[in-house]
Design a protein around this ligand. Structure first.
Ligand code: HEM
Length: 400
């Protein structure tokens, strides 16, 4: 009788089937092993807060996906209805303005955070062997995020969107030989119109996210393959006999270390810790903090919707999104000459190519920032120039 009672005890009635269901699921998926692998992944002992930016970038991209899906429930990608549908969303839907705000402020924060993540991996020289492809896949992700931001800005089909579409599609014209063809292809004709919006929508919602998630997969795969140990701090020696210390590290290293054909010093990191609990806690704290700020900013500021697009307007003064302001200000400051415009286009392309190819431009073995003035000084100059141009043009900002 007692055994019967124990068997039918409420806690057993619930837990036994649950446990069996979990076992069934685990046998088929290997979920326990997967979670275990993720939690006990070796990460740098000296990592810390600067290493939270990569996972924060991932979380912010997922937030964009989430808020974007909600926007798609109402948004209609046609020149007659795009503006109307967003106006309806803002005016009639209880949370409409908040969701638009989430998507907008999420995008702004994402651009800042991905930029900081790139800056941290640049300063720590994490792009050096064997992480060249980590950097290059990351650089492509950065371009894709900028592409998503600018195509998104064209979708509301208000005046700001219309003029953004006009100016951005026109940039293609400066590509030698194929430029005009590309502009025609994107616009769906000579001028910006209904087909431009349909194609921009397809880029923003299908093409760019598809490529983005493919490259995120590649970036994370490479991260797991080489570990998060790009920074020089992982290879500092602590004893009086550095050679012996490095030798011991190499002897005790577990795969994928020691890294092949690399200076001995950088072959195996000095000290690793498990991802759980310290780093996971820091990653979660930063991501939750950022998401909370975005929710609050979205609620308070929402997102602006200008007058419906009017190509005949004579009074509207187009201004760029803040993240393109430095480039726009550069154009404003230079004389209006087609040849100069081509020159600026070439400079920007060369800058983007240098950013992408950095691991092959900086071939020195040195990783400490202060001993890499040949890359640090030009990079600081670039950052200073971008901030300076942004400050000069700040009074023309539209969207802030
Ligand atoms: C969608 C965008 C991105 C995601 C989701 C992402 C994610 C991550 C994560 C989770 C890490 C490990 C933690 C950390 O170091 O912060 C990492 C490392 C790394 N990322 Fe990214 N990242 C992105 C964009 C970029 C960009 C724009 C660059 C540079 C141009 C970059 C270059 C690197 C490098 C070189 C590492 C290795 C760091 C090391 O070993 O020290 N990533 N990324």
């Amino acid at each position: 009788m007692n055994a019967f009672r124990t068997l039918l005890h409420p806690s057993r009635v619930v837990t036994v089937p649950l446990r069996n269901a979990y076992r069934w699921f685990d046998e088929r998926t290997g979920i326990t092993q997967l979670v275990h692998k993720g939690l006990y992944e070796a990460v740098p002992h000296s990592g810390g807060w600067a290493y939270t930016l990569g996972s924060a970038t991932l979380v912010l991209i997922l937030l964009q996906l989430f808020s974007g899906i909600f926007l798609l429930l109402d948004y209609v990608p046609s020149v007659e209805e795009a503006w109307q549908s967003l106006h309806f969303l803002q005016a009639q839907d209880a949370f409409g303005n908040w969701v638009r705000g989430l998507h907008l402020w999420g995008a702004y924060t994402l651009i800042l955070v991905i930029g900081l993540h790139a800056l941290r991996t640049f300063l720590s020289a994490s792009y050096k062997r064997p992480r060249e492809l980590n950097w290059m896949s990351g650089a492509l992700l950065f371009f894709l995020v900028l592409g998503l931001a600018i195509t998104g800005a064209m979708l509301p089909w208000d005046n700001a969107a219309y003029w953004t579409a006009t100016v951005v599609t026109n940039i293609l014209h400066y590509f030698p030989l194929i430029g005009d063809g590309l502009r025609q292809l994107w616009r769906g004709g000579t001028f910006v119109g209904p087909i431009t919006l349909t194609r921009t929508f397809a880029l923003h919602v299908w093409v760019l996210p598809f490529v983005l998630f493919a490259f995120i997969g590649a970036h994370l795969y490479l991260l797991r393959r080489h570990g998060e140990f790009g920074a020089w701090v992982n290879y500092n020696t602590e004893t009086d006999d550095p050679d012996k210390e490095i030798g011991e590290r190499i002897r005790n290293a577990e795969p994928p270390y020691p890294t092949k054909r690399i200076e001995r010093r950088y072959a195996a990191p000095k000290r690793t810790v498990d991802f759980f609990p310290d780093q996971l806690f820091k990653d979660t704290a930063v991501s939750v903090g950022l998401v909370a700020i975005i929710f609050i900013a979205g609620l308070i500021f929402g997102a602006t919707l200008d007058e419906p697009a009017d190509s005949a307007t004579l009074t509207y003064v187009p201004t760029p999104e803040w993240f393109y302001l430095p480039l726009d200000q550069f154009l404003v400051l230079t004389p209006h000459d087609p040849l100069i415009a081509v020159g600026i286009f070439v400079i920007v392309l060369a800058g983007a190519a240098a950013f992408f190819l950095l691991p092959f431009l900086d071939r020195s073995r040195e990783r400490r920032p202060t001993r890499r003035p040949e890359v640090l000084v030009p990079a600081l100059f670039m950052i200073f120039a971008v901030i300076f141009l942004a400050v000069l043009g700040v009074n023309r900002l539209y969207n802030l």
